[in-house]
Ligand binder design. Structure first.
Ligand code: 4AD
Ligand code: MG
Length: 478
């Protein structure tokens, strides 16, 4: 008999029929009520066993974490808490789980403890919900772009270029690390003899390659793993994260902002519709967490309210220069916990500045644009003032930067000059420069850090808790 997913059993369509369910035991109460979960929903199906029907040594094996199959009749439940339950006629323990050794108990574990058990944490309610939401969000990403005429491009993971020019790359080599790699006369490694005949690294962004595709297919997007060897020991950084990078020919910066805002709202809306149970659970989880905080630090809105707030309000669009004026005029708050002051035009914004703008000043998502050229990447379109570029960062409450993007420098001469000034090799990026030589046109795009979006939608606060197996400094377990 084919087993039926718990999610389907719980809608009652098999009422009074004989059904089979398979899953993992969450708890076994009073030797009578098994809470069974199979991952198809956050909800468990209650399986009622009649003590006399089953041998005691079989029931002893029904422990938290064990895998079981039950066969029985789906009936309306008399007890509170669930509408339907299975009256078990047949019970099979498929895989035992020693309760003395199984790390996940039916109680609240700390997130730190669960991180050390990343292979098992998905068996908890919270991580089950987070990972289902993550999956739905990634489908929503593809759905949005596919329905809006974008093509999905797979850009290389191993590349020879540093798209962001920040030097935060993990190197890739086929040479052994025992010092035997061939050397140049000056003692440096001779990469000409390496697998690719040149120095290569894991990609920090698929943007440059995506640009070349946008200049032929018109509208493209990437959605793939991205690697950065930066100091990622924060709650917002991973060494390996997933980035979504749309790139659109003939879009200027305003159109780029419109696209980003519409895209973000659309994927959140879809996920709100599809993940009601999981998001309600995460909403309640956050409410419980908030209760432990002092009144002043508690969030004014619940998770669901925050998500709806984003859908219902325009993102505030503010130039970097305006933002600096706001920061200059702001006073540090009384207990000096925060120091918002920034005295200099041209300085890069620190996360406390971003948080002030979003959480204290505008109290909504903010798109900051027209940043000083000096603090942004080489490929951004220089403005007429000669000192700012058509960059945009989207800042979200509780998250900070969620999107970084720009209109690209489409003028060959200006781009080459910029590369020279920054010592970026024209020879290595000859293919990138070709897009400016042949049929160049205005174009724009952005990168959205997928995990930061998952953070926002799930209300979690540490990025390590929204990717199955986080890669951070000193941590590549599993
Ligand atoms: O602002 P970034 O560095 O922009 C780019 O890489 C551009 N090439 C994107 C483009 O225009 N196509 O990164 C984009 C986004 C950030 O806003 C952030 O959300 C995320 O990627 N991000 C990270 N997420 C997790 N861990 C990290 N270490 C991240 N670094 C960037
Ligand atoms: Mg950025």
């Amino acid at each position: 008999m084919k087993h039926i997913k718990v999610n389907d059993l719980l809608n009652g369509s098999n009422l009074l029929q004989e059904v089979t369910a398979k899953g993992w035991v969450r708890s076994f109460r009073n030797n009578q009520f098994i809470a069974l979960n199979d991952g198809s929903t956050i909800n468990n199906i209650q399986c009622v066993v009649d003590l006399d029907k089953f041998p005691a040594d079989l029931l002893k094996k029904v422990t938290t974490g064990s895998a079981i199959a039950v066969k029985g009749t789906l009936v309306e439940s008399q007890g509170a808490g669930q509408k339907f339950e299975i009256q078990v006629n047949n019970l099979e323990v498929l895989g035992e789980s020693d309760p003395e050794k199984y790390p996940i108990q039916p109680k609240k574990h700390s997130l730190e403890f669960l991180r050390e058990n990343a292979h098992l944490r998905v068996r908890t309610n919270a991580f089950g919900a987070i990972m289902r939401v993550r999956s739905v969000l990634s489908f929503a990403v593809h759905k949005y772009f596919q329905e809006n005429g974008f093509y999905y491009v797979n850009t290389p993971i191993i590349t020879g270029s540093d798209a962001e020019g920040a030097g935060e790359m993990f190197q890739v080599t086929s040479f052994p690390l025992d010092g035997s790699a061939p050397k140049n006369e000056d003692g440096t490694i001779n990469y000409k003899e390496d697998f690719f005949g040149k120095q290569t690294n894991l990609t920090v962004s698929g943007q440059l390659e995506a640009e070349t595709y946008a200049m032929a297919l018109g509208q493209v997007y990437t959605f793939g793993p991205t690697f950065r060897a930066e100091n990622s020991n924060t709650s917002r950084h991973l060494a390996e994260f997933w980035m979504i990078e749309p790139e659109v020919a003939f879009n200027d910066l305003d159109a780029n902002m419109d696209l980003a805002e519409d895209f973000i709202k659309s994927v959140i809306k879809y996920t709100l519709e599809k993940c009601e149970d999981d998001l309600n659970f995460l909403d309640q989880r956050l409410k419980d967490e908030e209760k432990n905080k002092p009144q002043a630090e508690r969030s004014e809105m619940s998770l669901i309210e925050k998500l709806n707030f984003v859908l219902e309000n325009n993102f505030k669009r503010v130039s970097y220069t305006e933002a600096i004026d706001i920061l200059k005029a702001s006073k540090p708050n009384k207990n000096k916990k925060f120091q918002y002051l920034i005295d200099e035009w041209g300085a890069d914004l620190q996360s406390e500045h971003e948080r002030f703008l979003v959480e204290k000043h505008f109290k909504c998502p903010v798109i900051l644009f027209d940043y000083p050229a000096k603090i942004k990447a080489f490929y951004m379109r220089l403005n007429e003032d000669g000192k700012t570029v058509r960059a945009m960062d989207i800042l979200f409450p509780g998250i900070g930067e969620i999107v970084g993007g720009s209109q690209r420098e489409e003028r060959y001469d200006v781009l080459v000059e910029k590369m020279k000034a920054l010592d970026i090799s024209e020879e290595e990026l000859w293919w990138y420069l070709d897009t400016r030589k042949f049929g160049s046109a205005v174009h724009s795009g952005f990168g959205l850090g997928f995990e930061r979006l998952v953070l926002f939608v799930t209300g979690m606060t540490n990025i390590r808790d929204v990717i199955p197996f986080p890669r951070t400094p000193q941590n590549a377990e599993f």
